[in-house]
Design a protein around this ligand. Structure first.
Ligand code: SAM
Length: 810
């Protein structure tokens, strides 16, 4: 049998092109190191990481070079220097080694030999593939005596790998703090390292940078018991624990070259600005996410997009989206003149035409001539923006994003136009207004924008989407957690690229889910499909039945709490199913059962025989899914009832629903509502009246016995044990849950008789789970725990089916 090495040699020799060479090497490394994972940040050939071996190697593969010649070595190594620079700028942990291989030779060098080139004053925006054309860099590297790698024939590739391991060992590379990750790392430092202090943001930011650039004068107090940092400018500053400080610097570097120190010092003002804004809940874009947006744009428009296209940021604030990059033709405008002044003083984008422009009210004629000319001549314009998401009373402040617009506050001229065009409630949203104006007034536009995903998914944007075919223009994007933008609750925020010249119908929009890694680099968690229910029946519509609401009936705050509102009901129904909203975010508090109409305005459906199956699966598909920041806005769809697993899911859902914590279906006796006494039945009770009477009899439980005596079996009991005999068709794990519940009803009878009162109504023979669990928890905690575990097992088995049956898309 051929060895790994033998196979690799053969494959390399037979390679047809560079891609084959790359594949052969990658295969070789993954077979050599079983835990090696390859990624390709910035489209490099490969970053190979093996946790167990502590390897972090940047790889560059070529078809055929003469690697023995220094000029060919430098050709490739210059390219890797550019990649490493990109890593550094993005705050990604740098590789420890660099491996270069072609079809017949390979070599490895330590990254330390290349790091010195990172501080050179070069145009780092050049594509790495063109790095070898940078003669200043190439000349320096050619003269560098430290670059003198041993070249291995591929027949000796194993030796090259041993060398790689040797070079790796004993080296831990600290994460450099750069202007690009400074704000994120500062937030971490403030939250996790500093103790209670009275420094203002200004002092804090300065202190932080001083600790980084001048560790000799800013250090942990030498007395072991003191939890303070001795500082040059701010006296002793408390830290949470001494370990929190040391562990911070065992992760992040505080060893910088003079040039790097200068870089950090020069961004203190901007750090103060960013941190102050974040604390005020303002939504500015952190540099690391701006860089990522630029990377996405470059992947669509080419690395030279900043030279090729006219770019306009019409909500620029203090220019976070553009300030670290150089553009050929850049326009930046914003509402507040003071922001323009700040940007001028900080020297951001000196090449840009900066102007104050209220994008939602000001006239087109106020635009600079050059920009107007570009728009009128039909040049392709890239609008790059992070518009305000709130309603216009709190511009730029995201905290109100999910609150409804207060009357009158978002009355911009653009909103009026949108309303005239009947674009509906999205007209309240400032980001929708921005999009509207851009789409209406710029013929040949690309929009690269941050926004909530509702633009593509929300029902309120349906007319908007139809009008502009926004979905057809979608090219690509990423989904990130809003908490990286401001100190707000987390929800999914998208960066999307829409290009008018791209016009292809799409129903599903694939976004990369991106998250911040421990080392403050951005990692991908996979792909998320975003979609809307414009042309498909939403689950919420599917589950509802039309019924006359003609009876007065008590209304409910919860299963055991009566409200005092006037609400009509249909007393033939079994329950009221609150399902207020159709997206995952409703699952937490807007999806539950109560015995009658709710005492608020939450929408829902009455439950009858005709929609009982639908109710059970709708409820179950909700209760099984926990909202995470990236799926909160996912809309539920009607399921694929033809799927072979659907019928079983319906049956098991009955059990899931019966014992869910969100099932507030109760049985109550003699409750007072509107000066009348009422009895409320629980049609969801599963055991027979006969068995309940026998249990009551055996336990001398008079109240329960007489309550059941003249009553009838309930709907769910008949369903499970009647003609259809669904009980026998339950999956084994669902049966286990139901059997355990039955066992607990039986064993808890005596204690129940002592425990029952006017509040819990446990004397009702058909008391629901919301009542039964009160006595189970109190007197049978061990069995109750066992019961909940069985329920969890059922949930875990059923959860993937929510996706398989099409209630949600992954
Ligand atoms: C979410 S912030 C983004 C700021 C900056 N571009 C960034 O990405 O960090 C939105 C910016 O839009 C500005 N803005 C709000 N309403 C505007 C309007 N009608 N016209 C122009 N700019 C507006 C706000 O002042 C704020 O600076």
């Amino acid at each position: 049998m051929a060895t790994v090495t033998g196979q690799t040699i053969t494959q390399l020799i037979l390679s047809v092109n560079e891609k084959d060479v790359e594949n052969s090497y990658r295969q070789y490394f993954t077979r050599k190191f079983s835990d090696m994972i390859f990624t390709s940040p910035f489209a490099c050939d490969g970053l190979g990481e093996s946790k167990s071996q502590k390897i972090r190697v940047l790889m560059e593969f070529k078809d055929e070079l003469n690697l023995l010649s220094k000029s060919d070595q430098i050709k490739v190594l210059a390219q890797t220097v550019y990649y490493i620079k990109k890593f550094e700028l993005a705050g990604i942990m740098l590789p420890t080694t660099v491996f270069v291989g072609d079809r017949n030779e390979c070599f490895v060098i330590h990254s330390n030999d290349l790091f010195k080139y990172l501080s050179m004053d070069l145009d780092w925006s050049t594509a790495p593939s063109n790095a070898h054309k940078n003669l200043v860099l190439v000349n320096e590297m050619m003269l560098d005596e430290n670059i003198n790698p041993h070249i291995f024939s591929i027949h000796n590739i194993d030796e090259c790998v041993s060398k790689l391991k040797d070079l790796t060992e004993g080296i831990t590379r600290l994460i450099p703090i750069t202007p690009h990750n400074l704000t994120e790392v500062f937030s971490y430092f403030e939250k996790n390292v500093l103790g209670k202090h009275s420094l203002n943001t200004n002092d804090l930011a300065n202190l932080f940078v001083q600790i980084l650039i001048n560790p000799d004068d800013n250090y942990l107090h030498p007395v072991k018991k003191r939890k303070t940092v001795v500082t040059k400018s701010f006296n002793d500053v408390p830290v949470k624990t001494r370990e929190s400080f040391t562990s911070f610097f065992s992760h992040f570097s505080n060893d910088y070259t003079p040039k790097q120190k200068e870089g950090l010092t020069s961004v203190v003002d901007r750090l103060i600005q960013d941190v102050t804004r974040r604390k005020q809940g303002e939504f500015f874009t952190p540099t690391i996410w701006v860089d990522k947006a630029h990377e996405y744009i470059a992947s669509v428009y080419g690395d030279d997009w900043k030279e090729k296209y006219v770019v306009w940021d019409p909500a620029c604030g203090t220019m976070n989206l553009t300030r670290d990059y150089k553009f050929k033709e850049l326009y930046v405008s914003t509402l507040n003149y003071s922001d323009i002044q700040t940007a001028e003083q900080m020297g951001y984008n000196p090449e840009a035409v900066k102007f104050q422009f209220d994008f939602l009210n000001d006239d087109y004629d106020f635009l600079p001539k050059g920009l107007r000319g570009d728009i009128e001549s039909g040049k392709e314009i890239i609008v790059l923006m992070n518009p305000p998401y709130a309603t216009s009373n709190d511009l730029g402040n995201v905290k109100s994003i999910e609150t409804k617009s207060k009357k009158g506050v978002s009355n911009t001229i653009i909103k009026e136009k949108m309303l005239e065009e009947k674009l509906g409630t999205c007209s309240d949203q400032l980001y929708a207004q921005f999009m509207y104006r851009i789409y209406s007034e710029i013929k040949n536009v690309s929009i690269c924008t941050f926004s909530p995903p509702l633009l593509l998914t929300g029902n309120s944007f349906k007319n908007f989407r139809d009008k502009f075919s926004v979905e057809n223009n979608f090219v690509k994007g990423y989904l990130m957690n809003s908490e990286h933008f401001a100190d707000v609750s987390s929800w999914g925020l998208t960066f999307s690229i829409f290009r008018k010249s791209v016009n292809s119908k799409k129903d599903i929009f694939s976004y990369d889910i991106l998250e911040l890694n421990e080392d403050y680099s951005i990692i991908s968690l996979g792909v998320k499909s975003l979609y809307n229910t414009d042309n498909i029946n939403s689950l919420n519509e599917w589950v509802k039945v039309k019924s006359k609401l003609n009876n007065t009936f008590p209304n409910f705050k919860s299963g055991l709490s009566i409200g005092n509102k006037e609400r009509k009901f249909n007393s033939d129904s079994y329950s009221y199913f609150v399902t207020n909203g159709n997206s995952v975010e409703k699952n937490d508090s807007n999806c539950y059962f109560i015995p009658g109409p709710p005492n608020n305005n939450k929408a829902g459906s009455l439950v009858f025989n005709e929609n009982f199956d639908k109710v059970c699966v709708t409820f179950t598909s909700s209760s099984l899914i926990n909202g995470k920041w990236y799926n909160k806005k996912d809309e539920y769809l009607r399921p694929n009832t033809e799927n072979i697993n659907y019928d079983q899911f319906v049956k098991d859902s009955i059990v899931n629903m019966l014992f869910s914590e969100k099932n507030g279906q109760t049985s109550l006796r003699q409750i007072t509502y509107k000066d009348q006494l009422w009895n409320i039945k629980n049609e969801f009770f599963w055991m027979s009246k006969e068995e309940m009477m026998e249990l009551a009899n055996n336990n001398n439980y008079n109240e329960l016995y007489s309550d059941a005596r003249t009553d009838n079996n309930r709907y769910v009991h008949n369903l499970l044990f009647g003609e259809q005999n669904i009980y026998e068709q339950l999956s084994p794990d669902a049966k286990l849950v139901l059997d355990k519940a039955t066992e607990m009803v039986r064993m808890s009878m005596t204690m129940r008789s002592h425990f029952a009162d006017d509040h819990n109504h446990l004397n009702s023979w058909d008391a629901g789970y919301a009542q039964l669990k009160l006595v189970w928890k109190e007197y049978f905690p061990e069995e109750f725990k066992e019961f909940r575990q069985l329920y969890k097992n059922l949930e875990n088995r059923m959860r993937p089916l929510v996706y398989e049956l099409g209630f949600l898309l992954k």
